[in-house]
Design a protein around this ligand. Structure first.
Ligand code: UD2
Length: 325
């Protein structure tokens, strides 16, 4: 049995915990790595560096970086040796890319999860925390989304994330491998890449405002999203890795508060002292209108609550990007 000291986990050999973070060089993964190291854990990153960036990772003792593909079982199995906890963040995160290349993206988004689970089972890993997605809900108009609603995946991305959740449950029920699926809503924060048209909207707006360019709003800006700051997502991962009540669950990770795109941009403009003057263009195909999460389960099961309010997170992000108030 392992025991928790603060949050640093000492395993049955009395050693510091070793965490494997797949996709550890990416946006969310790299923040998890940073926190694990700061808490005194050992960390192994497995990343193929297709979208992840080495500059996202610190040069610190206790960090091992391996270039490898989660879609390759041998690579995952080899790097699972001695691991206590897995944070499985590796994914093709672009929904349109999974539509144009469903077979290729499935290798990462579903097969990669199965590889992580099977390797974890073979190596006696204690717990696997999986980065699931609110995409599982599709465009069901019932709000806020609760975990017990029937899923309605609308893209290969959503199918792979949902199938991965089911695989996590199967490994928990059949093999007793402790698994937790966290359904992320719209995560934002430093290191989110603004460069593609499908990058998270906050990273795109921030980039435009910093460069004094006019932001674009797809549609009338009345669509809403539930944005959650990356530090809160990291904390949810830590809770998912340590709380006794977590295994076997699928849990929404969001702020529980939705905001329209117009209000979001207005807030960001106010922080940057810029005028609110977006260009409105046609609505983006496949966009859902409203998204909001019920986060009661996270509060009950993980004893987690979001701590960073949207405006505070936005100020912190814009300052990190170089904006000076
Ligand atoms: C989120 C996830 C996606 C998937 C999906 C499931 C992110 C980054 N993406 O997509 O992976 O899980 O939910 O529903 O979390 N927008 C603008 N102007 C811009 C960019 C975006 O108006 O320059 C709009 C966009 O049309 C959409 C909203 O902002 O209505 C949010 O877009 P997004 O790409 O940040 O995230 P979303 O919710 O489409």
């Amino acid at each position: 049995m392992s025991s928790s000291v603060g949050w640093v986990i000492v395993n049955e050999h009395g050693k510091q915990m070793l965490a494997l973070v797949t996709g550890g060089a990416g946006f969310i993964g790299s923040h998890i790595v940073e926190r694990l190291l700061a808490d005194g854990n050992r960390v192994r990153v497995l990343d193929d560096f297709s979208t992840g960036n080495r500059e996202n990772l610190p040069e610190l003792e206790g960090l091992e970086i391996i270039t490898g593909d989660v879609g390759n079982f041998e690579s995952v199995r080899k790097n699972m040796e001695d691991v206590d906890v897995v944070f499985h963040e590796a994914a093709v995160a672009s929904v349109p890319r999974t539509i144009s290349d469903p077979l290729g993206s499935q290798k990462t988004n579903y097969q990669g999860t199965l590889n992580a689970l099977e390797a974890a089972r073979q190596c006696g890993v204690r717990r696997v925390v999986f980065a699931a997605s609110a995409a599982a809900y599709g465009d069901d108009p019932e709000l806020p989304k609760r975990e017990d609603m029937p899923p309605k995946p609308l893209s290969p991305y959503a199918v792979d994330k949902l199938a991965s959740e089911y695989a996590c449950q199967v490994y928990y029920c059949l093999h007793g491998l402790e698994t937790v699926s966290l359904r992320y809503f719209n995560v934002f924060g430093p290191r989110q890449d603004p460069s593609s048209p499908y990058s998270g909207v906050i990273s795109v707006f921030a980039d435009k405002l910093i460069n004094k360019e006019q932001p674009t709003i797809f549609g009338d800006g009345g669509q809403t999203r539930d944005f959650v700051y990356v530090a809160d997502v990291v904390e949810a991962n830590i809770k998912a890795a340590t709380e006794k009540t977590a295994p076997g669950n699928t849990i929404n990770i969001a702020s529980g508060i939705s905001v329209s795109l117009n209000d979001l941009l207005r807030t960001m403009c106010a922080i940057c002292d810029s005028e609110f003057s977006p260009v409105y263009v046609e609505e983006r195909q496949g966009d859902i209108r409203h998204s909001s999460a019920n986060i009661d389960k996270a509060i009950d099961v993980l004893r987690w609550e979001p701590a960073v309010k949207l405006d505070v997170g936005l100020v912190s992000l814009l300052q990190r990007l170089g904006y000076e108030p």
